[in-house]
Design a protein around this ligand. Sequence first.
Ligand code: SAM
Length: 276
Amino acid sequence: MYIEALAYLTCPRDPEAPLELERGVRLAADGELLAGRLRCPACGARYPIDGGIADLLGPRALPDSIVQVTNFLPPIAWGYERAWRPRALTLLSGEPFGYARELPLIVGLAAPERGGLCVDVACSNGLYARALARAQGGAAGHVIGVDHALPMLRQARAFARAEGLRISYVRARAQALPLASGAAAVVAMGGSLNEIGDIDQALRELRRTLASSGRCAMMCLAQSETGPGRALQGALGLGGVRFPPLDALNRRAAVAGLRLRSQWRYGVVVVSLLTR
Ligand SMILES: C[S@@+](CC[C@H](N)C(=O)[O-])C[C@H]1O[C@@H](n2cnc3c(N)ncnc32)[C@H](O)[C@@H]1O
């Protein structure tokens, strides 16, 4: 993580309590905080920074579904963007949908060039975090990627550093984001809502952390409209992946206080812009 993230990071137990950096940090040549400790002045909790990643969860935070367990496996984290992710939306939507189409769509909705904090929630290898950081360019702000799986975050950090992008990666749960209310100009989520666990709490956290002028750009998967598609989704459901009908998903976002501004559907792939 980078020092810029300190302007935004708060305690996951008390999201209005800013975290402080304890003395004795180890820095990389570009100023990245490689090792050290964060402390919550309100509750006294201490959180390690190790290998450039702030861990706000600790060793007892375990995945709670089969699909979440897979994300904690280093070979899956290594192969995620190398093998699956570039093809994912083409396979899922049934039409050509590579990064050249997906990323401008997400970045266009998020508008990170406005500056401020951009957060990629449940970021895996940080695909959206990198796209947001590139588009944010010289604007004042910072990009933070959050995930609960350390192997995913390690790979995300390696990809960002290889591109020379200053992105802070933080281990935390989407249901307890370590950010003050209204802190984020952008929250982005790519395909994660389907396997996040408590969807409604995750939606409430997206709403809580979004600034009044903030934009939430989300890609997620809806229930298939075909019989075979639903049968396959039913089987994946056994592993913990959920595919709610789109109208139900939109109702749940509305109940969480997120207003749907625009939405596009490509097969089961849904891209949405939400605001407060
Ligand atoms: C489908 S992948 C995300 C893909 C990524 N956003 C992208 O666009 O390439 C799902 C990710 O969500 C993470 N995840 C699942 N549940 C989570 C939770 N409750 N809190 C934080 N991360 C979570 C997993 O570790 C995994 O990396």
